[in-house]
Design a protein around this ligand. Structure first.
Ligand SMILES: Nc1ncnc2c1ncn2[C@@H]1O[C@H](COP(=O)(O)OP(=O)(O)O)[C@@H](O)[C@H]1O
Ligand SMILES: [Mg+2]
Ligand SMILES: [Zn+2]
Length: 324
């Protein structure tokens, strides 16, 4: 699984804290109770002795089962008495119990070495926050991607149905070592970014690290880093472009293109291809434009090794405006 390291570390630390805080709060409440209810101290002492008795019984040999059953009964009776006492003072019977957010894993995040679903959910949410386009991921999903917008032309509808189904399968079976890279081509407003978000969400849910960037931001990051190289500081953002499980580069071709951006793009795409890390690129450019702007080296790698998806139809954003 490719959870992003810093996300994983953050959540892991949150969990260690959560567990401690829950226990601390229970201790505080127990202290409060003891100060208000004088009889409680003696009862709690008895209860702690029962714990020791159980331990002794289980080590003593002989008919341990019936001995332990007896002690258990005693324990339950004491617990009931304790509950009644608290209630008599106006507290809920379980007032000083430890209250974990997740009863299944007691806020440790793990149940016998397997990750608890609560921690997996926390990792997914953090992964979305950390993806670079959290707000889009929350809004644009496969569920609210409608094929109705492509119905005017059967050919467009066919093509877009195929694209959508391909991407659903892609997301549902995403594997950083085997999934191909994808090039989405087509005009503005045809759903390239929408479907990228939908893919991103599912892939994050499956436990992989997804990072989204617009082409303009990507190159300006590299540009900034270029003039900082003398500091030799590793740049986390730049590393992320290379290391994330799925990199999404949106709107390729909107950036200013020069020798630096071309070689940067080549290095990045080449590095990811050679390490079999998938990339999704979307662009409004035609194949000819790409060839002219980015050299044959890049074009042949993209068209040779990426799965190319052609987006067709009429600008969905405009269609939505017309309907209003
Ligand atoms: N098939 C669709 N169903 C619903 N909304 C869509 C669809 N395609 C695009 N949209 C919406 O239209 C707008 C433009 O789509 P977008 O994915 O950004 O287009 P592109 O990236 O191809 O330029 C977005 O708000 C998106 O959610
Ligand atoms: Mg877009
Ligand atoms: Zn849990």
């Amino acid at each position: 699984m490719g959870y992003n390291n810093s996300v994983y570390k953050k959540i892991y630390e949150e969990y260690s804290q959560k567990y401690l805080i829950a226990r601390q709060r229970a201790d505080d409440r127990a202290r409060e109770l003891r100060s208000v209810i004088p009889e409680l101290a003696r009862l709690d002492k008895e209860l702690s002795l029962v714990g020791i008795e159980i331990l002794q019984a289980s080590l003593s040999g002989g008919d341990t089962m019936s001995k332990i059953a007896q002690i258990r009964e005693k324990n339950e009776a004491l617990q009931a008495k304790r509950g009644a006492l608290l209630e008599a003072y106006g507290y809920p019977a379980d007032y000083s119990d430890v209250k974990y957010e997740c009863a299944a894993c007691c806020d440790t995040g793990f149940i016998e070495n397997t990750m608890c679903s609560c921690m997996r959910e926390a990792l997914v949410l953090a992964g979305i926050e950390n993806s670079g386009f959290a707000s889009l991921i929350r809004e644009q999903s496969f569920d609210n991607f409608s094929l109705d917008y492509y119905k005017k032309s059967p050919a467009h509808l066919d093509r877009m149905t195929w694209n959508r189904d391909f991407l659903i399968r892609y997301a549902d079976t995403f594997d950083v070592r085997t999934s191909p890279s994808i090039l989405m081509m087509g005009g503005t407003g045809l759903g390239k970014t929408h479907l990228s978000s939908a893919v991103a969400r599912r892939v994050i849910e499956r436990g992989s690290d997804v990072f989204y960037t617009g082409a303009i931001d990507l190159f300006s990051q590299f540009e900034t880093q270029r003039f900082k190289t003398y500091t030799n500081e590793p740049n986390e953002l730049i590393e992320r472009y290379f290391e994330c499980d799925l990199l999404i580069i949106d709107d390729l071709g909107t950036e200013i293109i020069n020798q630096f951006t071309v070689s940067t793009l080549y290095n990045l795409l080449n590095d990811r291809l050679s390490r079999k890390k998938p990339t999704i690129i979307s662009t409004n450019l035609s194949k000819d434009d790409i060839q002219k702007k980015y050299t044959d080296r890049i074009t042949s790698r993209m068209f040779g090794e990426y799965q190319v998806l052609f987006f067709m139809g009429t600008d969905v954003r405009a269609q939505k405006l017309m309907k209003r």
